[in-house]
Design a protein around this ligand. Structure first.
Ligand code: APR
Ligand code: PHB
Length: 393
């Protein structure tokens, strides 16, 4: 098989990039290790920045998001029994975020690709990348015991943190930056009305908690837990008691609990790979960077990588602008590191790192300062709605 761009991975990055390139007439094939059902089974945050929403609409996969997504004009930070709202819309000249589950985003992108007839290969085994430092790269994979080869002009490694693309880069050609946090997030999904109309991020001396939602009848809650914790050790009753203990009294009393329909523990890390381009191989999304979920930036950062690569490749194929190809990594990394900073900062001020009471007081002072100052509120708001995308020239 031959194509112009071989895309490794059918998560949000790969599917969004594939749609946008196809709509520009740039041929691409997606090679995915898992089945469509497996890809859709992942429960992930869905707080979409304006830029992400716009890309989904441009990919002709935003119609259900616009119909079912919830516009959020603010969110709250709670600490010392206080609930302080960050008025995103007022502080950013009208910008808001959209709450729409990542599973739904992936579902919509999958459906759009299926309707387009573009080639997607699922359950591909032993995916391997070849000759991406040359001008004839290729991807091989096995399926039903047969080895297949895809000759291409570029490879987009959209295969996530554990994918093969980054691992295919020679060790001396790549530099990794990482911070692993000493705790995890225990999350549950419950068919209950959310405790509040907007998200609440809670700092508490017992640990962090987050009140989120998927719809008016489907709630998503998290409590910070020990890395060695297991879901078996957390009955629903224990979870609800701990969540209430970490929330301000009024919020805790408003909480409507119910049986969990999903319960999982996720580790938190900050991670960046530099550079993000190796000859004709581009790393995109989680393949190149990971953020702790505290800033709700994972999907949004993947989307801004896709924006940059999509525009560079469009100019390359439409105007022959080979000069732009080398700009991908520097453009993406500027926004990535600023978003890593925001996600690290939100994680640092909201989570319990030790029993040292000094740390707790400093976190409370940081939250008090930022939420009591217009400048402080504004910096939180402009990061939460998403920093501007950098044009490719
Ligand atoms: N070959 C082919 N596909 C692979 C391989 C491989 N060797 N390894 C992984 N994959 C697939 C995974 O099965 C997954 O479907 O690549 C896809 C990567 O998707 P994500 O991990 O979702 O990464 P990305 O598309 O960049 O999306 C980033 O999703 O993971 C969340 O928090 C993250 O919100 C962020 C967003
Ligand atoms: C979620 O709804 O799962 C969610 C929302 C915001 C976050 C993280 C997770 O920052």
């Amino acid at each position: 098989m031959k194509t112009q761009v071989a895309i490794i991975g059918a998560g949000p990055s790969g599917l969004l990039l594939g749609r946008l390139l196809a709509l520009q007439g740039i041929a691409n094939i997606i090679i995915e290790a898992k089945s469509p059902d497996y890809v859709l089974s992942r429960i992930r945050a869905g707080v979409l920045e304006q830029g992400t929403q716009n890309l989904l609409r441009e990919a002709q996969a935003g119609e259900r998001m616009d119909r079912e997504g919830q516009i959020h004009e603010g969110f709250a930070l709670s600490f010392q029994s206080r609930v302080e709202r960050i008025d995103l819309k007022a502080l950013t000249g009208g910008k808001t975020v959209m709450v729409y589950g990542q599973t739904e985003v992936t579902k919509d992108l999958m459906a759009a690709r299926e309707a387009s007839g573009d080639v997607s290969i699922y359950e591909a085994d032993e995916v391997a990348l070849h000759d991406f430092y040359g001008d004839k790269p290729s991807v091989t994979y096995t399926k039903n015991g047969q080895v297949h080869t895809i000759e291409c002009e570029y490879i987009a490694g959209c295969d996530g943190f554990h994918g093969i693309a980054r691992q295919s880069v020679p060790g001396d050609a790549i530099r990794l930056f990482e911070r692993v946090y000493p705790f995890g997030w225990l999350g549950i999904l419950s068919r209950t009305p959310p405790v509040a109309h907007e998200l609440i991020y809670a700092n508490h001396e017992r640990g962090f908690a987050l009140c989120s939602m998927r719809s008016a009848s489907l709630s998503r809650y998290y409590v910070q837990c020990d890395l060695k914790d297991t879901t078996e050790a957390w009955s629903d009753e224990r979870f609800w008691d701990e969540l209430r203990a970490r929330l301000p009294a009024k919020t805790a009393s408003d909480l409507i609990t119910g049986p969990s329909i999903e319960k999982s523990i996720a580790p938190l890390r900050s991670f960046v790979a530099e550079p993000m381009q190796f000859g004709r191989l581009f790393l995109v999304g989680d393949a190149a960077h990971i953020v702790p979920p505290t800033g709700a930036k994972g999907l949004n950062l993947a989307a801004s990588d896709v924006y940059t690569l999509y525009h560079i490749l469009t100019q390359r194929y439409r105007q022959g602008r080979l000069d732009l190809i080398q700009k991908y990594s520097e453009i993406c990394l500027r926004r990535i590191w600023k978003t890593e900073r925001f996600s690290w900062w939100m994680t640092s001020i909201l989570h319990k790192f030790s029993d040292d009471p000094f740390n707790q007081r400093i976190q409370e002072a940081e939250l008090d300062y930022y939420t009591s100052s217009l400048a402080g509120q504004t910096t939180i708001a402009e990061n939460y709605v998403g920093l501007p995308y950098e044009p490719i020239e």
